[in-house]
Design a protein around this ligand. Structure first.
Ligand SMILES: O=C(O)CCC(=O)C(=O)O
Length: 285
């Protein structure tokens, strides 16, 4: 299975101090289909994120999960699949439709599954993105599914997404993280540091991943973002965020899309590494 060209096994991750993620301050969830007014956009600019309920419907959640499961079984050309390090131990016990339970990440799938393409192009997702970016002319920059399987799906340490993207620092990018299952503190929901996007880029180091050094994470400011299925977190590309490991037996599957203004200024990998540090060559979000 790991010999297929579009499939590889994760070789990062590792032990971490559980104090890196605090659960005492939960984010507020805006009601479904909130049209973002000036005040809410101002709040997004100050905090660097907002969370909203029911951004996609239960039917879209089901379709997305079916789409991902089919892609994990079919593995079409062009879709990148990364398995958890424990995949080889568990794969033999899994039925074809359970293969998502060893997949850490799928990438570049919108061209391969119409149901997933429709989620990325849906008005409920694009409406808030357009309001945040201040233009109707937005483009999808990256599509991925982050599946953090039950029984040890690994941590994604604290990081800024822009450390992975060759984009000018002034170019705004919006991440949209959509829960497909209930995402909880125990199964690895998102954690964010409000306002950290205003503090500029910070050096990343290669430890358990390409990440912010653990000792530099202001954990006292941690806001945890538990989300029901269909809810989404919209967040700035410089916001410090991370997710702990899934230490439960429940699933925590999510879609993550990044959007840019069409006139976004792209730079080079060399510039990205100059800003965020030399250890990030080939780093993937
Ligand atoms: O879903 C996750 O576990 C982490 C997602 C994330 O922050 C990323 O891939 O940049």
């Amino acid at each position: 299975m790991t010999t297929m060209t579009n499939t590889r096994t994760d070789d990062e991750g590792g032990e971490y101090d559980s104090g890196l993620y605090r659960d005492d301050t939960p984010a507020t969830l805006l009601p479904s289909s909130t049209a973002l007014d000036h005040r809410m956009i101002g709040e997004y600019r100050d905090l660097g994120f907002l969370a909203m309920a029911d951004v996609i419907s239960p039917a879209q959640v089901r379709d997305a999960v079916h789409g991902l499961a089919e892609l994990a079984a079919r593995r079409p050309e062009g879709v990148d699949i990364q398995l958890e390090a424990f995949a080889h131990e568990r794969l033999a016990q899994l039925e074809a439709d359970e293969q998502l339970d060893v997949v850490r990440k799928l990438q570049r799938f919108v061209h391969a599954d119409e149901r997933l393409r429709q989620v990325a192009a849906s008005e409920q997702v694009l409406g808030p993105v357009r309001a945040i970016l201040g233009t109707d002319d937005v483009v999808l920059f990256q599509d991925m599914a982050l599946l953090k399987p039950p029984g040890g799906g690994r941590e994604k340490p604290w990081h800024q997404d822009k450390a992975f993207f060759a984009l000018s620092l002034e170019t705004p990018i919006v991440g949209v993280w959509i829960a497909l299952d209930e995402a909880t503190p125990a199964n690895g929901c998102m954690h964010v540091i409000p306002g950290s996007h205003l503090e500029g880029p910070i050096p990343h180091v290669r430890r358990r991943d390409w990440q912010i050094c653990d000792s530099k994470v202001p954990t006292a400011r941690d806001v945890v973002v538990p989300l029901p299925p269909g809810a989404a977190l919209f967040f700035d590309g410089l916001l410090h965020h991370g997710t702990p490991a899934n230490v439960t037996s429940t699933r925590r599957r999510a879609l993550q899309f990044h959007y840019l203004r069409r006139d976004a200024v792209r730079t080079s990998d060399a510039e990205r590494l100059m800003v965020f540090g030399p250890e990030g060559a080939d780093a993937e979000c």
